[in-house]
Write a new protein. Structure first.
Length: 193
């Protein structure tokens, strides 16, 4: 009888040691600060991402969604993330007719999530992908309004209260083919299956 109880207890401990899956899906809000890099700082200036009405009747929030299946005992996993962000840029030479310079960015990235520390709910992220950007005014030196190019980011994801995901990302884009920006983004998302 004692052997059976010990075997059952060891089986329960072994089953719990497999870990629980972290919620794979997330959708939420994102915002942050940004600035042009190098010569592009002079062209597009500095600004923020958040809520913008960009000419519509009601304000639109910047959003992000992701799919990143991973269980709590794994040290790494993959991630897909997309975002739609609305920005306002100030003090750049591209602001010829309106102040501020408005921009819309659509990002699609794939990446790696790594857990270098003990807590299973905090992950270091590395992502790369592509971005489409459109501005309301032509941006020097090419005097175009639409751009497409590669982006990269590094960040931290933190799960809290079972269904909330906080994220902090440092994003660099466009690496080529458009205005270079460096952005610090903060996100909060609801997670689920």
């Amino acid at each position: 009888m004692l052997r059976t109880a010990i075997a059952a207890l060891l089986l329960m401990v072994a089953l719990r040691a497999n870990g629980e899956p972290l919620p794979p899906g997330a959708i939420g809000l994102v915002g942050g600060i940004t600035a042009g890099v190098g010569a592009d700082n002079h062209n597009i200036g500095y600004g923020f991402y958040g809520i913008d009405n960009i000419g519509f009747l009601f304000p639109l929030p910047s959003i992000q969604m992701s799919w990143q299946p991973m269980s709590s005992e794994r040290r790494w996993g993959w991630s897909l993330r997309g975002s739609a962000m609305f920005g306002r840029m100030y003090s750049g030479t591209a602001e010829r007719l309106t102040d501020p310079l408005h921009q819309v960015q659509l990002d699609a990235t794939i990446g790696l999530r790594v857990r270098p520390w003990r807590t299973p709910t905090r992950l270091l992220t590395f992502r790369g992908g592509a971005e489409l950007m459109r501005t309301n005014e032509p941006v020097p030196p090419t005097n175009q309004r639409a751009f497409a190019g590669p982006i990269a980011s590094i960040g931290i994801d933190q799960y809290a209260w079972g269904s909330i995901l906080f994220s902090v990302d440092l994003k660099y884009g466009m690496i080529t083919n458009g205005p270079a920006e460096l952005a610090l983004l903060l996100g909060i998302a609801h997670t689920g299956p």
